[in-house]
Design a binder for this molecule. Structure first.
Ligand SMILES: Cc1cc2nc3c(=O)[nH]c(=O)nc-3n(C[C@H](O)[C@H](O)[C@H](O)COP(=O)(O)OP(=O)(O)OC[C@H]3O[C@@H](n4cnc5c(N)ncnc54)[C@H](O)[C@@H]3O)c2cc1C
Length: 406
């Protein structure tokens, strides 16, 4: 893994993160292994299909310790305020070093704070954002519905004013962390017919009257984290509106764009980890008395993996730097008109390159790559998944074309 382009802040972060993995995460991982409940990324599921509570608790403990060590949320202004280029280096390091281990939980994923929540009121900051930054609580982003995914503005969840408060009704589906979240970042229609100003974003207490957690939606990720949420006349105070009423679509895009940009470091880190494992396998696995690496067809698979990892990484890093240089950066409200195309380029190049990398990694490993629970098998499923959430690859092409034709 190259350190070219690392700033002093990244160097310091990476050094401390490495020590954190050894000193704090490794003992917790050993503890988890003794409990026979699966691993952080291949957990056992409970009878309702949710992640085994012991695995969830191990992840939570890592998050709390990581927050206390100042490592949890460098991507948000209140957690470190790293640039996107710095975040790509951090994410690449974390995914490469952690692989599929418990250590991955130490860098906030969608259950942690995000740049959209940063737009909340002072009251909500104290109630929700500060505890999220400390990893004392976790969040879920609830945008998708059973009948509405891509077509966000057609959502049915809605909220009406009641005095200063809002009353929320609706049903969200495919929500990561639906089962465990403490606060839900919900998008809902507040002004029907107002186009991109028709939605607002609310911070909803997951234990508030009228909120129910629905069924688990089992996916090929097999992680027991995706589910449904119901809102039946939930009262929301005005200070729990994020930004202003009508900002919901832009804020939802801020959240979604964060996940798009995070593909750069994630796929570079996991991609180079898979490549190293494939090189090792090709060197040590023999056929006809010779390492399979001596078969040109296998060596070419390694070369093609390197090509995909390198080009997606380089393109993403260049784009993150361009995003950092835009007025308002990568999460300005309103977002700079050049930004959506650039963010979609990151997601598209990584989703498609990583799918090829994961496929070849499996092929080099032969049957061992297909073995359930192997890193190759799990990351093949992850790679296939990546092309759908946070906007499908088709939608990224739409956004890129829109940017070009603007
Ligand atoms: C594991 C997982 C976790 C998720 N986590 C969350 C979460 O935490 N929060 C949340 O809100 N959502 C979440 N989602 C939902 C996810 O964001 C949606 O699945 C995704 O946006 C696609 O929407 P859809 O499934 O309704 O597909 P559809 O919109 O039905 O799309 C189906 C197909 O039609 C194509 N298509 C649709 N519209 C167009 C168009 N206008 N132009 C071209 N092609 C089009 C799509 O590209 C796709 O190929 C998650 C999904 C999964 C699988």
């Amino acid at each position: 893994m190259t350190t070219a382009g690392w700033t002093y802040r990244v160097e310091r972060y990476v050094e401390r993160f490495g020590a954190f993995l050894t000193d704090e995460v490794a003992p917790l991982e050993e503890d988890l292994a003794r409990q026979d409940v699966g691993t952080a990324f291949n957990p056992r599921l409970d009878e309702a299909g949710r992640m085994h509570p012991a695995v969830w608790e191990a992840r939570r403990e890592v998050q709390r310790r990581s927050a206390a060590a100042g490592l949890y949320a460098p991507h948000v202004p209140s957690g470190g305020g790293f640039t996107r280029a710095e975040m790509q280096h951090v994410e690449e390091f974390v995914y490469h070093r952690s692989g599929l281990g418990l250590g991955l939980a130490a860098l906030a994923w969608t259950e942690g704070p995000n740049t959209a929540i940063e737009q909340c009121s002072a009251t909500a900051r104290e109630r929700w954002l500060e505890p999220l930054l400390a990893a004392g609580i976790t969040a879920a982003f609830a945008n998708t519905e059973i009948s509405v995914g891509t077509d966000v503005l057609a959502m049915e969840t809605h909220a009406e004013r009641d005095g200063d408060d809002w009353i929320l009704h609706g049903h969200k589906a495919w929500i990561t962390n639906a089962h465990f979240c403490d606060v839900i970042q919900v998008t809902a229609v507040t002004e029907p017919g107002a186009g991109t100003r028709s939605l607002s974003m609310f911070l909803v207490d997951a234990t508030a009257p009228g909120v129910t957690r629905g069924r688990d939606i089992p996916t090929m990720l097999d992680d027991g984290l995706t589910g449904e949420l119901h809102f039946d006349g939930v009262r929301v105070a005005p200070e729990d509106v994020v930004g202003e009423p009508g900002d919901g679509f832009a804020l939802a895009m801020t959240w979604i764009n964060w996940r798009r940009m995070a593909r750069g470091g994630m796929c570079a880190g996991w991609g180079s980890w898979l490549l190293e494992r494939a090189v090792e396998r090709a060197r040590t696995r023999t056929s006809g008395g010779r390492p399979i690496a001596e078969q040109q067809v296998v060596a070419h698979m390694l070369a093609d993996m390197d090509l995909d990892v390198y080009t997606a990484r380089a393109a993403s890093l260049q784009i993150q730097t361009e995003l950092d240089a835009l007025p308002g950066g990568a999460s300005g409200l309103p977002l700079h008109p050049e930004a959506p195309r650039l963010m979609s380029l990151i997601k598209l190049v990584n989703d498609e390159a990583f799918q090829r990398v994961a496929d070849r990694a499996m092929q080099v490993h032969g049957g061992a790559g297909l073995r359930k629970g192997s890193p190759e098998e799990k990351l093949f499923r992850v790679a296939r998944n990546l092309r759908i959430p946070a906007g499908t690859v088709e939608i990224q092409r739409n956004a890129i074309a829109r940017g070009l034709l603007r």
